[in-house]
Design a protein around this ligand. Structure first.
Ligand SMILES: Nc1nc2c(c(=O)[nH]1)N[C@H]1C(S)=C(S)[C@@H](COP(=O)(O)OP(=O)(O)OC[C@H]3O[C@@H](n4cnc5c(=O)[nH]c(N)nc54)[C@H](O)[C@@H]3O)O[C@H]1N2
Ligand SMILES: Nc1nc2c(c(=O)[nH]1)N[C@H]1C(S)=C(S)[C@@H](COP(=O)(O)OP(=O)(O)OC[C@H]3O[C@@H](n4cnc5c(=O)[nH]c(N)nc54)[C@H](O)[C@@H]3O)O[C@H]1N2
Ligand SMILES: [Mo]
Length: 686
């Protein structure tokens, strides 16, 4: 694994956080991060570092395909499983049409897998019904970036820029737990916006603690203060943007005292944030899932971007706006066609020119390509319904645990004629499948990932593939051939797939055509777009112009609306959800590792002691957290730094401990992101 001096790339290369922890863990002690600030991380991080390889050797590793016979999953051969699945898919298609088969992908898949999965859906299955868990992840930031800049590259600048930044705002991100190696890039002042006093907030110079779901108002308040105090960059706005007036018409009415009443953030603190940002030579505003996972997440990110534009940050060397990446391939996974509305190279599937180009690379008629399909939650919600899909293939997601309103989604899965899951462990979703394929994991295979700065990283296999296990690419090839596709159309060699991806992406917004495995092996640091093999890559994309046709960034008028589900007498508290250091995502992998599971063995509800007392709860006791959609049984963890109106639950646990039994699947109208970060709940003693 080539780390190239960039901590983060190492982390991202590994896909699952584990490998990242191997990079991040040891670095941690000697970095700018002070141990005093991160009491929980020191143990946890090292722990996770040392146990990184454990998953490769876990006895829970799947090494044989499983087929449900008489209600039980039983071992079978690859040929039997492939023949069975292909026959069932073909029959479903004949009886119910191509859209009766659906595909669900993941942002942890390599670029090659994401690309081939999208091609498999559109060409071998002919279905429009493909989407992926990235819709649950960074989609609101992507949509807001598209709207403001005409392009979505998470960080349009190299991460090293952050170290030279005087002020960095982290809105709804907790990288001290979710991306520890990132912390060492924060050497200037840090403003953290988070309802909780997280390990990241402990490091902050200023911690703004809004009520969950009110960031949009907070960003308007800070913008108001910037303008009122004479710090609006009118020269920059005139030269590089459009639309400030429409934004100011709204922000003028959100003076900090009014914002204080909505968000709970003191007007004084809003003005201090404005002054810090205005006084900075270089500054960055970065968003994480806390700002994005809302039914108005796109507009909320848009409000943070408006603030960045008013300060003249985007496209200025040494400053900018960016979003922090989620999964191993959070960036690349959303560029090459596993998204419902997308073709490779970040092209739109509804665009006739894009269809013609990609169809020619694939050797199929453009008319044969389906149009846009349903977004992730809408897809899962439609399973087994009238006109909805009757078969589903899942690659790289554990939706039984991670999808919002998850008991409903588990019910929908149970109505399918066929559920197929490819995984290396028996996740909760795999356990519900009719067929499970055992696939290779990160250290056993090659492929590329694209990190948060849009930089493409090549990984080579480090350990041998266990007997009985095949790669996702192999599996797709096996199914495609059985579905009547010519062999050459579905290569299983990652480099061959990448060479095809290069051609398919050529001329698109995310142009990879100039990136080759050889250049990556030679150590070239290539940030897309890379339109030719001589091109040096594009570390900073917006220096001269933004990607809209007029070259300008767009201020977008956004108004504070608040969460989709307000609190009331029955459900008086706001529940928000997220992560802890020791567990990864749905926990399918980390719950198998004893050291991690012992550190945080079950779900907890983090709550202010006064709020707990009012509900008759004791620290260390048990609570039932109840929303309109379900109830989660959780350990009570009292914490005096919590807001009185807010509780927090991590979403890493299965069964009755799922935080997603509570969550509200209200969707953002632009990104179709569900509102994971706010729902109304009450606490009951158990
Ligand atoms: N240890 C670990 N690391 C991970 C992961 C993991 O599961 N475990 N997952 C990876 C993935 S896929 C992702 S997407 C990233 C996520 O990385 P982050 O975005 O850093 O993680 P979260 O915990 O989801 O959310 C961040 C913070 O948002 C806050 N928050 C909640 N509601 C609001 C709100 O309304 N406004 C604001 N401003 N903040 C709010 C929460 O209190 C939380 O501390 O982490 C990646 N890294
Ligand atoms: N309440 C709440 N819910 C959330 C969130 C939240 O903040 N709050 N965050 C959301 C976010 S940001 C995300 S990203 C999702 C994540 O949630 P999921 O999509 O469930 O992600 P994982 O738990 O990583 O599940 C990935 C599964 O695929 C397997 N896998 C990993 N790599 C590969 C591969 O290369 N090939 C194959 N075939 N399988 C692989 C793993 O073993 C695991 O079982 O959860 C979302 N859900
Ligand atoms: Mo994510």
């Amino acid at each position: 694994m080539r780390v190239g001096g960039l901590q983060l790339s190492g982390m991202r290369v590994g896909g699952p956080e584990h490998s990242g922890m191997r990079v991040g863990g040891p670095e941690h002690g000697g970095s700018t991060v002070e141990a005093r600030d991160f009491p929980t991380n020191r143990g946890g991080l090292c722990q996770k570092g040392w146990t990184a390889g454990a998953l490769l050797r876990t006895p829970a590793r799947l090494t044989t395909p499983l087929l449900r016979v008489d209600g039980e999953l039983q071992p079978t051969s690859w040929d039997t499983a492939l023949d069975f699945v292909a026959a069932r898919l073909a029959r479903t298609r004949v009886e119910h049409g191509a859209d009766a088969v659906a595909v669900f992908g993941g942002g942890g898949l390599t670029n090659e897998k994401a690309y081939l999965l999208g091609k498999f859906a559109r060409v071998a299955l002919g279905t429009a019904q493909i989407d992926y868990n990235g819709r649950f992840c960074m989609s609101s930031a992507a949509a807001a970036g598209m709207r403001a800049f005409g392009l979505d590259r998470g960080m349009p600048f190299p991460i090293e820029d952050l170290a030279a930044s005087d002020v960095v705002v982290l809105a709804g991100a907790n990288p001290a737990e979710t991306m520890p190696p990132f912390m060492q890039h924060l050497t200037g002042k840090v403003i953290v916006v988070d309802p909780r006093r997280t390990a990241t907030a402990e490091r902050a110079d200023l911690h703004l603690r809004p009520r969950p779901g009110t960031d949009l108002a907070l960003a308007l308040g800070i913008l108001h203060a910037v303008v009122a105090d004479g710090h609006f960059r009118a020269d920059y706005a005139a030269e590089r943007t459009t639309g400030f007036e429409s934004v100011w018409r709204i922000a003028a009415a959100w003076w900090p005292e009014r914002v204080e009443r909505v968000t709970g953030v003191a007007a004084r603190d809003q003005r201090e944030a404005a002054a810090l940002l205005a006084g900075a030579g270089n500054a960055h505003i970065l968003t994480g899932r806390g700002a994005e996972q809302h039914a108005n997440g796109t507009d909320t990110v848009g409000a943070w971007i408006n603030l960045a534009l008013a300060l003249g940050l985007p496209g200025r060397p040494g400053s900018g706006y960016g979003c922090l990446t989620g999964q191993g391939n959070g960036q690349g996974g959303r560029e090459h066609g596993q998204k419902a509305d997308q073709l490779p190279g970040y092209r739109k599937i509804a665009d006739p020119a894009a269809r013609a180009h990609v169809a020619s690379v694939w050797g199929v008629p453009a008319e044969s390509l389906p149009g846009p399909g349903r977004s992730a939650y809408e897809l899962l919600d439609s399973l087994g319904t009238e006109g909805g899909p009757r078969a589903l293939l899942v690659f790289g997601s554990n939706v039984v645990v991670s999808a919002p309103r998850s008991s409903h989604i588990a019910n929908r899965l149970s109505t399918l004629d066929l559920l197929v899951v490819a995984d290396f462990v028996l996740s909760e979703t795999a356990a519900a499948a009719d067929v499970v394929f055992p696939v290779t994991q990160w250290a056993e295979e090659g492929g590329t990932m694209t990190n948060l700065e849009g930089r493409v990283l090549l990984r080579s296999p480090a350990v041998p593939v266990p007997d009985g296990v095949r790669s996702d690419l192999d599996l797709l090839r096996g199914l495609a051939i059985r579905l009547g596709q010519p062999e050459h159309r579905f290569p299983a060699d990652p480099e061959a797939v990448f060479d095809e991806l290069r051609r398919a992406s050529q001329g698109g917004p995310a142009d990879y055509s100039g990136i080759t495995y050889q250049r990556l092996r030679d150590g070239d640091q290539l940030h897309w777009p890379v339109p030719s093999t001589e091109h040096p890559g594009t570390p900073r994309v917006f220096l001269d112009r933004f990607a809209h046709p007029d070259g300008r960034a767009r201020f977008t008028p956004v108004e504070h609306t608040g969460p989709a589900e307000p609190v009331d007498d029955q459900y008086p508290l706001v529940a928000t959800t997220g992560r802890v250091l020791q567990h990864y995502q749905s926990g399918a992998q980390t719950r198998l590792i004893a050291e991690l599971n012992d550190a945080v063995p079950e779900v907890f509800v983090q709550v202010h002691p006064d709020t707990a007392t009012r509900a008759g709860l004791l620290d260390g006791g048990r609570a039932l957290v109840v929303s309109r959609r379900g109830a989660t049984e959780a350990l009570v963890r009292c914490d005096v730094t919590m807001r009185l109106d807010t509780v927090f639950l991590p979403f890493h646990f299965p069964g009755a401990q799922r935080a997603n039994l509570l969550t509200n699947p209200a969707l953002d109208p632009h990104s179709r992101m569900p509102e994971f970060k706010v729902c109304a709940v009450r606490l009951e003693a158990r």
